[in-house]
Design a protein around this ligand. Sequence first.
Ligand code: TXA
Ligand code: MG
Length: 330
Amino acid sequence: MRRWTIDPNARNWQQSPDFAAAVSLLRDGQLVAVPTETVYGLAADATNARACAAIYEVKGRPQFNPLISHVESLEAAERHGQFEPKARQLAEALWPGALTLVVPKREASPVSDLVTAGLDTIALRVPAAAIMRDLAEASGRPLAAPSANRSGRISATTAEAVIAELGGGIAMVIDGGETPVGVESTIVALTGGHARLLRPGGIPRAQIEAVLGEPLVGPDRPADTAPEAPGMLSSHYAPSAAVRPNATEILPGEALLAFGPALPESAHRAIAVENLSPSGDLVEAAARLFSSLRRLDASGAGTIAVMPVPEDGLGEAINDRLRRAAAPRG
Ligand code: TXA
Ligand code: MG
């Protein structure tokens, strides 16, 4: 596996031989791990069924969970999906960014049925991360990219975490340091009728509702599985340790995932402590969520006690991930 380190903000890779190598690996049907502003993605040519099958294989992911296709622009997205006025409005206001739109798939789109899991809709995202946009544009392909973790586990927000999760089976890991947003994109379905929130994520619900001028419906089922798709995964984002949310007291032997300036009195009992945001900032907390869970998991604690996190702004996405990290494991 090749490792290429970039400064994601410098955008100075266009002439780099590593960039050319990444493009030709993708065109060749290989897997490349790419940092986005949300989490690392495990990218492959979305039009190449064999390459996409390799994604499922490396992740150990159930086949029915469809993948997001990443493209460089709204114009490119419109080659694969049909954008009704509300969908276009959201794309114009919030792309590039941490928003995935599920729209009807165009018949003429060459995106593999493995990516859409045979649905007649497609999930599209123009990421803020220029490296992913540039790779899609230079390869001339939409890039299917789920989060670069083993299925059901904590998403990777660093290249080290990608390598620990997936290691073999990936041709190249592009190391762009820690991803700034830290939770996955918000997924909104615009497939007729009301706009529906399928997964809370890096763009808060209120920001999307402000663009639409109406409330989003849902989510009404465990996210991270398309409501339209068969099968549901309520347990997800799971560390090895058990997760105990809304903890106001720490039991002996537990690790503590704290939030805010005031820790419970029993915090001294914790065998390891991470604070998502000592100042109580939800943006900072989202950015630290997955790496903090990873570090607490490595402490060897049997249980991670998690202090309550408010539900507003990015809190909705953080609490969604914590609930699923705590869900009974299948
Ligand atoms: O931030 C992100 O969204 C990251 C980065 C890499 O872009 N990607 C990511 O992908 O989180 P993944 O595969 O872990 O989650 C994709 C979600 C799944 O919950 C899947 O069910 C949903 O997108 N999805 C994909 N296609 C869909 C469709 N046609 N209808 C409904 N949901 C869909
Ligand atoms: Mg994922």
